[in-house]
Design a protein around this ligand. Sequence first.
Ligand code: UD1
Length: 419
Amino acid sequence: MSKLYINGGKRLSGEVTVQGAKNSALPILAATVLCDGESVIHNCPKLSDVTASVRILEHLGCICRREGDTLIVDSRNISCFDIPDSLMREMRSSIVLLGAISARMGRAKLCSPGGCELGPRPIDLHVSALKKLGLIIDESYGCLDCKTNDCLKGTEIHLAFPSVGATENIILAAATAKGRTVIHNAAREPEICDLQNFINSAGGCVCGAGTGTVVIDGVSKLHGAEHTVIPDRIVAATYLAAAAMTRGKILLKNIEQPHLISVLTYFSEMGCVLQVKNKSVLLESPQKLSRFFEIQTMVYPGFPTDAGPILVAMATLSNGSSMFVENIFENRYNYVGELRRLGAKIKLADRVAVIDGVERLSGARVDSTDLRGGAALVLAGLAADGLTVVDKIHHIDRGYENIENVLTNLGADIVRKEV
Ligand code: UD1
């Protein structure tokens, strides 16, 4: 079991080049299943979720190799259509493979991932949309046994909620289906655009990503493609917060400013001075952070649910009361109890958190509860007086590449110990 030991109170400053986005890399790796060739994925982050994806791809028959930041996947000889339960459980987002495996093999077998640390994660929207495309799905005891009678066929799909995962699954299933598929009320997240770009480089025909209507004209097959994954907007927000909470200064490189606008707005409201240039942002923090008035999580381009714990952590050291409302997931405040151990003052009622800023946080022993909640605890530890030990950091390793090295380079006193 690894833990992070943080001696807080160091002012962070320096430069960070933001890693590739986990939430883009995973669906793009799923898309490689559709390719009859070799795919070269640049800026593919080294994360445990990516390793779990690679294990699944290898089980299916792909040959994968890494060269630095590039992952190369040869999907010519895929021969399996099942994902063993043990691999499925390693990564919730493996559900996004359902559409791709079904389309490539005409069959897919996997057990649904069930709930997770953020509460129930239903897949009803994925399942009903794939059924509309002609997939026959037999669901029993939480397992999905899927087959196509002939091939998948394009259709019109109206999503009741613009689910990111369901939109991705439909695009993947429809990319090689017969005819045209139109997704209404599609998710508009940047990661959907990245998936569209990969599929189109591989010979597919998808348009409209980034809007509420995505149109997919099925092609007979995809070939391999070369693609660079977009920067991770949540990781970017995390390192900005690390500087903001330690009265620091940071230059973030490799960002996409439009993807960050909804988050940067609140850094400004809290008193940080931001200079955004082409693909980079310089943040200078104030002596004391101001509170934010109210943040509500929304679908893109609204404030992302994944950045919630980051801004809540910042508010713990602000000069007043901030209100945070989580609208996407039911159970996203598990980390709040751990933040309180460091002296944070946070009241919770259902989906609302009210954070009363305190003068200082004090180091404590805490457990990561989930990926972004874990990142919030690291941020609080960096700003706290004394020693913070963050346990259960496998959650953090799902989404942050070498977090301790990045922070050490900024001047933090943080080490990973195997204990
Ligand atoms: C969500 C985030 C995404 C983030 C990802 C990783 C949103 C809208 N989505 O995507 O930005 O990158 O987590 O943390 O913020 N739902 C159903 N039935 C379904 C699918 C989803 O009811 O079949 C509900 C979920 O319970 C949840 C909401 O829809 O309340 C958002 O789900 P969805 O966008 O699918 O989640 P992810 O794809 O995991």
